[in-house]
Design a protein around this ligand. Structure first.
Ligand code: UD1
Length: 418
């Protein structure tokens, strides 16, 4: 078992290039099965979830190599319409293969997906969307089989703008007969990246980034080379790491417009952020100010994936802040661990009230999920003494060797096997 040992209290400094976005790379790799042949996908991060996706792709007949950040993928021989249960259980994003495999093979069997334990993670919108496109669905003994003779375009209204359901429906609809309109679609930048990838393959999609996406089916798609966008959640995590250590860092390969909500909050709290093209310079020389009300919401609102990291930052601020979590009800598991480090946080009805100003103290804490784990690392960077964060396999699902990236910025952090 591996643990991070962090000697806190050092301001971060220096420059770091941001990794490609996990949440863009995963659906893009799944979408590649919509065409037959050779793909080169650049800036794919080295993460556990990406390894699982590549393993699933190999199991269904593709060949895949990940070299120097580029995935070299040949989808010519994809022929197996079953996602193995042990892989499906390891990562929720395996559900992304339902849409594209159904479109390519006319049939796919999956089991209920796994992933971070951050609340009930339903797939009803994925199932309803694929049914609307003409899939017949059978569910038995934990397996779900989708079958179709020919997918057909449809008008689909999502009762909630689910990121994954929007992407799954887009991928199934590109080869359907006729036009599909997704209303109340999610607007996340990763959906725009998926649209750009699919359109480069010859798809006809418009509207990603707005709440209505229109997909006109085409008979076939071609292979392409493509570069994945930078990871906005990783960018935001490092921005907040500079904030909690009162550091001065530069992040390159960023898209600052993808982080408008965080930048607004961080600036109001006193962090200086300068933007030049794809470079962000972050300087935080004094204790942050509190922020009275942050509500996580679908993009362009404040991202749920940065809520835990922001909570660490606000627990060091002068004054009381409130964060309301509206996306995942189980996303306050870091609160108990932060309290053990001296933070004063009270949770009531989906809101966390953070009384800032306490110095955090080093201790042994446990990562309960990916972003909670990242938040505990930030807490460790700010606390005096040695913080040990265990269960870091959660963190490895979303951050590419986080300890090496932080070391590059001068942090004293190491991965220890125990
Ligand atoms: C994606 C991101 C994840 C992020 C989340 C919200 C990827 C790989 N993961 O997850 O990092 O935290 O968006 O920004 O891109 N829901 C339903 N029925 C469904 C699907 C979702 O009720 O069929 C609900 C969920 O329970 C949740 C909400 O919708 O409350 C948001 O989920 P969704 O947007 O689908 O998130 P993911 O795509 O799983």
């Amino acid at each position: 078992m591996e643990t991070f040992a962090i000697e806190g209290g050092k301001p971060l400094s220096g420059s770091l290039r941001i990794q490609g976005a996990k949440n863009a790379a995963l659906p893009i790799l799944a979408a590649a099965v919509l065409a037959e042949g050779q793909f080169y996908i650049y800036d794919v991060p080295y993460l556990k979830d990406i390894d699982v996706m590549l393993e699933i792709l190999r199991e269904i007949g593709a060949s895949a190599k990940h070299v120097d950040g580029c995935v070299d993928l040949d989808t010519s021989s994809v022929s197996v319409p079953v996602i193995p249960e042990h892989l499906m259980g390891q990562m929720r994003s395996s559900i992304f293969l339902a849409g594209p495999l159904l479109a390519r093979l006319g049939e796919v069997t999956i089991s209920r997906p796994g992933g971070c334990d951050i609340g009930e993670r339903r797939i009803d919108l994925h199932l309803a969307g694929l049914t609307a496109l003409g899939a017949k669905i059978e569910e038995a003994e934990g397996y779900i089989t989708f079958r179709t003779k020919q997918l057909r375009g449809a008008n689909i209204f999502l009762s909630f703008p689910s990121v994954g359901a929007t992407e799954n429906i887009m991928m199934a609809a590109v080869l359907a007969k006729g036009t599909t309109r997704i209303c109340n679609a999610a607007r996340e930048p990763e959906i725009v990246d998926l649209q750009n990838f699919l359109n480069a393959m010859g798809a006809r999609i418009r509207g990603a980034g707005t709440d209505t996406i229109e997909i006109t089916g085409v008979p076939r798609l071609r292979t392409v080379s493509y570069r994945v966008i930078p990871d906005r959640i990783v960018t935001g995590t490092f921005l907040l790491a500079a904030g909690v250590t009162q550091g001065h860092i530069e992040l390159t390969n960023t898209i600052p417009e993808h982080l408008t909500a965080l930048i607004e909050v961080a600036r109001s709290c006193g962090v200086e952020i300068k933007i030049r093209h794809d470079i962000m310079e972050i300087k935080s020389m004094s204790r942050p100010r509190a922020y009275d009300r942050i509500i996580t919401s679908p993009y362009p609102g404040f991202p749920t994936d940065l809520q835990a990291q922001l909570m660490v930052f606000l627990s060091l601020a002068k004054g009381t802040s409130v964060i309301k979590e509206t996306i995942f009800e189980g996303r306050f598991k870091h609160v108990n661990e932060l309290a053990r480090m001296g933070a004063s946080i009270y949770v009531d009805l989906g809101s966390a009230i953070i009384r800032g100003g306490n110095k955090l103290t080093a201790t042994h804490v446990e990562a309960t999920d990916l972003r909670a784990g990242a938040a505990l690392v930030l807490a460790g960077l700010s606390a005096e003494g040695t913080t040990c964060v265990s269960q870091i396999h959660h963190i490895d699902r979303g951050y590419e060797r986080l300890e090496l990236q932080l070391q590059q910025l001068g942090a004293d952090i190491s991965r220890v096997s125990i």
